[in-house]
Design a protein around this ligand. Sequence first.
Ligand code: ADP
Ligand code: NI
Length: 204
Amino acid sequence: MMNDYTNVIFEAKQFVKAIFAGDSSGHDLHHTMRVYELAKRIAVQEGADVQMVELIALLHDVDDHKISPDTSVTCDRAVGFLRSQGVAQERVDAVVRSIGQISFSKNSLPPDTLEGQCVQDADRLDALGAIGIARTFAFGGSRGRGMHDPEGTDSSTSIAHFYDKLLLLKDRMNTSAGRALAQERDAYLRGFLEEFLAEWAGER
Ligand code: ADP
Ligand code: NI
């Protein structure tokens, strides 16, 4: 057998639990664990290296600039954790490279490995559907931003974020498994938006 990372994955779960304790901005432990489960499911369907996907998913947000601005450029926390587990440098580099390729805001190109693509799809799925809607308003609230500006002058509202990002995600999925999962969540999002705007306009 090649390297088995079962124990590193176990330790990574403990590591993210400690890191995300108490976050309420939408980047919490539960987000990471949902991305982990979704990414694993996609990885199995796509025939990706499942353990690599598990490590990338668990560590994908530990150096996010919103949570850890000082370490976000070089992913110091992820690197430190993997090194402390005795993971070979080449694997550490591969995980960290993928993490850097996942963020929507930082990248216009898809991740260049199937494993990174699976995790990016999972991260995007968690921005869609009922949970995606809830995260969007939770994030907006955590920044003191408005829900909606009918004039469209305030581009920082949570509803504006639907147009800036959420509605684009369905057509940017990397894998066919991810694309299939995105359909229903995207439809739910669009139904919500229509209802929200109709209620706001007094049509309902
Ligand atoms: P990524 O890691 O792809 O850059 P973000 O960190 O920007 O994603 O987003 C984390 C969560 O917060 C997502 O659910 C996202 O949709 C939401 N979010 C990000 N920016 C905004 C915003 N300006 N207003 C409302 N929600 C946002
Ligand atoms: Ni994420």
